[in-house]
Structures are given as structure tokens and as C-alpha cells.
Unconditional design. Sequence first.
Length: 94
Amino acid sequence: MGRRHVAAELDAAPDEALLTAFANGDAAAGRALLDRLAPRLFAHASRVLGDWAEAEDVVQETMLRLWKVAPDWRRGEALVAASFWSFSRVAAEA
């Protein structure tokens, strides 16, 4: 299987599948999830905070929190996106 094929599969995978794969040691799945979610969060945080450096901090803190919960993730309990936005609110308030 070629690198492009794997990338296409990751691009098409749902967030929950990527987080589960990342929790099981698939670093490429983690990168794909980061690539998918971080730009939206950065755009939102920079609008709300009015500061790019603070927005970058919020993205970093949010992703760290998501990676920490990845091993305990149980499919169907909560959507990755919902947890992601919840973590981002906490990070922005810190």
C-alpha cells in the first residue's frame, strides 16, 4: 500500500477512528487528526482572543488534552469534536 493511499484513507477516516488509531500507537492517525482539527480551532481562537500567540497556545493545550484522553477513549460515548471544543474552552480560560 502506497503512502498516498494511506494518506487518503486517513483523510477519509472519521475523527473517532483516528483518535482510536492514535491511542493504539498510530502516529500518522494522530497527525491526520491534528491536521484536521487544529486549523479550525486556531481560526476560532484567534478571532476570540485577538492574539495569534495565545491562539497557538490554546491549540497546543487542546491537542495535548485530547492526546491524554486518547488511551481511555471509548467509541460512542462522546464525539471527538465535542471533546475537542470543550477542551479548547478550558484552555482559553486558563
